[in-house]
Unconditional design. Structure first.
Length: 136
């Protein structure tokens, strides 16, 4: 619980709700952070037939977890001095702000998976440099 509260944008209530949705050890249920993000519905759908892309929307996934992560991502990007704000402002220039916040939510969930797996706290000075998407 304290691990999640060390991440920018996540308070005690949000941390408890995230743990209730993904469990205290998500690596037992999900092989990698990409699978967890897919279960949360933060990855794009792959509707393609005969080389034509039909949809670029995100998966349905877990609506409670998705809404919670989007809300915490909005809080995190409102403070410009963290690792979630810079990708948001970078992506907002080329994408819609809602699409940019989904990308930040996915980055945040990948960070949550990594921190819970390693048992480390988030270091505000160093920060974990995770890519926007985790191939896996």
């Amino acid at each position: 619980m304290e691990i999640l509260c060390s991440i920018p944008g996540i308070n005690v209530n949000a941390g408890l709700e995230i743990l209730a949705e993904i469990g205290p050890a998500p690596q037992q249920s999900f092989a990698n952070s990409g699978r967890l993000c897919s279960g949360a519905g933060l990855v794009p759908r792959n509707d393609e037939s005969a080389g034509k892309i039909k949809s670029r929307r995100i998966l349905k996934g877990n609506p409670y977890l998705k809404n919670l992560l989007v809300q915490t991502a909005w809080v995190a990007v409102s403070h410009r001095k963290n690792e979630f704000a810079s990708p948001y402002w970078y992506l907002q220039g080329s994408l819609d702000r809602k699409k940019a916040i989904i990308a930040v939510s996915r980055k945040m969930l990948s960070l949550i998976y990594t921190l819970l797996q390693s048992g480390e706290f988030y270091d505000w000075n160093r920060g974990l440099r995770l890519p926007l998407c985790d191939k896996g």
